[in-house]
Design a protein around this ligand. Sequence first.
Ligand SMILES: [Zn+2]
Length: 271
Amino acid sequence: MPELPEVEVVRLALDARLPGLVLHQVSHDGARLRYPLPDFSSLTGQRVLTVRRRAKYLLTDFSHGQTLLWHLGMTGQFHMLQPATAPARHEHVRLDFEEGLSLRYRDARRFGYAGICQTKRCDEHPWLQSLGPEPLNRDFPLDRWCDQLRRRTSSIKQCLMDNRLIVGVGNIYASESLFRAGIHPRRAAQRIAKKRLYRLHAVICEVLQEAIAAGGSTIQDFSRPDGRPGYFAYRFAVYGRAGQPCYHCRQLIRQCTQAGRSTFYCPRCQH
Ligand SMILES: [Zn+2]
């Protein structure tokens, strides 16, 4: 599943090409995605201003004050192609621009979804309104976040994956960040000193930015017909490495299940 870094890499690719282009028409093959697709007619003839991101949503702002919201679900991908390119397998939506760019949406498992809202009222959209702060934003409310965590009896891993407390730290990067911060994933959030929580936030930002940089190195591939996004180019320290030696102490990495999701950690480095 794409996590924040993968979505940010997609955003960077789209934002490098789409602003200034005028949407000509949108067509889809009738396949149902996670929710029914919106009526795109209000967007045609409108110019793209910018492509933003909120948590794992891509937000494309148009010149007339509406925004297209898109979530990639489990397997969603955008490809920027020539209009004449034949549709690929699992290609469900195409957005054709007047300037000759054809943006295709492929989604094998069809858990992705899209919606349209007023740009000014994006924050009030039901998909976005309860989302917590962005870890990478300069104004991340670090003290408030620590205070909230210090009241939680649940494990720090589960708190990191709670979108109301912080967005964009999915399963993979929760494991990676906790390893780098030296915090055991099962430790109750309220039993972690504030100093360590400050360090954890800094580490989350480091890990996410490194992953974005790793994905960003393959960014040109997005515009190729066979383009593959830079998913998982990042080298994981613990994620998916159960039974293999820790890069730091050589102890074997362990795997456990928390809230139905796999967690990976080093029993010696994390406490
Ligand atoms: Zn270790």
